[in-house]
Ligand binder design. Structure first.
Ligand SMILES: *Cc1c(COP(=O)(O)O)cnc(C)c1O
Length: 369
């Protein structure tokens, strides 16, 4: 049978299996010690005071927006080049996502274009660090200070990434990471909210648990809350995964290096570029090709036939039918984002893929250009 290459695959070892199974010998399958241990280890790794584990990155973004005070009628500046969850979460709280186009190099929000979108309703900037690379936080923080805006980091794709030596997740009022199986580390489903702000942290922990008052047991529900709790099996996987996060990131860095080596001599393929001052933490390996959208789709289809699964990463959010219908967005509104969307291809990228596999994938890709 011909070998096939998925785009992503989680890395699970014996230690992970032991960690999850050990939970099943205890009576604590939810609200137990593993969540607490995971939160502590995660906050230590990122370097924040607090961490609050939840059952998805999307849930984390929802609570982050609530707890910094974003609500109906507010505007939040964000990027159209992201996974749809980052702007959906803004809609959950009744606010309006105001898109700003991206930089052509890092594919992150372009600070140059933010100020012209600020109005009297603007309350926050929701920055997304895409693919494992941070946005230009120096300039974004300056703008946020000038206009007194809050910053939320969607760091779901960028655990371990750095901007001038400082880790993603330490720049905003609040930041969110996610652990779906394609991310750098996984808990199955899961996410976590990090912050140095004690009030935000306490409120997140209450809201994930039905809005229960922290000091009143189950007796009082102080807020309208949710069930966004992370279960203990997932948290146990988080504990064993965060212990090897540097290994996980370094392995993917090595694989990215192989791709870079095999793809460097093409005038059609643009390998990922790392912006100034950035340490990349390699969520996905995304190239762009100098072809039109139809030709790019054809390449993806042909790669699939060769057993190489690839896909466009990302389609621009403003062109999804729900967003077009709700906000009258059209093609041409955010040209840089659309250009990257039309030319991008995410290639198979997971621990266990060998240098020979990468060579084969690149050879197939060259045949299809
Ligand atoms: C993965 C991801 C999320 C969160 O996804 P969940 O599936 O809800 O954990 C949010 N934003 C971005 C940019 C992501 O890549």
């Amino acid at each position: 049978m011909k070998k096939t290459y998925p785009i992503a695959r989680p890395f699970i070892d014996e230690d992970d299996k032991r960690s999850v199974l050990s939970v099943l010998d205890t009576p604590y399958l939810s609200i137990g010690p593993k969540v607490v241990e995971f939160e502590k280890k995660f906050a230590d790794f990122i370097g924040t005071e607090h961490a609050c584990a939840v059952n998805s990155g999307t849930a984390g973004l929802h609570l982050a927006l609530i707890t910094i005070g974003i609500g109906a009628g507010d505007e939040v500046i964000t990027t159209p080049f992201s996974f749809v969850a980052s702007s959906n979460a803004i809609l959950y709280v009744g606010a309006k996502p105001v898109f700003v186009d991206i930089e052509p190099v890092t594919f992150n929000i372009d600070p140059e274009k933010i100020e012209s979108k600020i109005t009297s309703k603007t309350k926050a900037i929701l920055v997304v660090h895409v693919f494992g690379q941070t946005a230009d936080m120096g300039r974004i923080i300056k703008i946020a200070r000038k206009y007194k805006l809050k910053i939320i980091e969607d760091a779901c794709e960028s655990i371990g990434a750095k901007y001038h030596g400082k880790k993603a997740g330490t720049f905003g009022n609040v930041a969110v990471f996610a652990f779906y199986p394609n991310k750098q580390m996984t808990t199955g489903e899961g996410g976590i909210i990090v912050t140095d702000n004690k009030r935000i942290h306490a409120l997140c922990c209450s809201l994930r648990n039905q809005g229960r008052a922290a000091n009143m047991g189950w007796l009082d529900h102080k807020y309208l809350g949710y069930n966004y709790r992370l279960d203990e099996m997932s948290a146990a996987l988080g504990v064993s995964q965060i212990k090897k996060i540097n290994f996980l990131i370094n392995k993917k860095k090595e694989i990215a290096g192989w791709y870079n080596e095999f793809l460097k001599d093409s005038d059609v393929i643009n390998p990922p570029v790392i912006g100034p001052g950035r340490d990349h933490s390699w969520f996905v390996y995304v190239i762009t090709v100098n072809k039109n959208r139809k030709q790019r789709d054809e390449i993806i289809k042909n790669l699939d036939k060769a057993g190489v699964h690839a896909k466009t990463y990302f389609p621009s959010i403003h062109l999804f039918s729900f967003y077009r219908k709700s906000f009258n967005f059209k093609r041409g509104d955010f040209p840089v984002s659309e250009k990257i969307s039309n030319g991008s291809i995410a290639l198979p990228f997971y621990i266990g893929i060998s240098k020979d596999d990468v060579k084969y994938i690149c050879r197939e890709l060259f045949k299809m250009l």
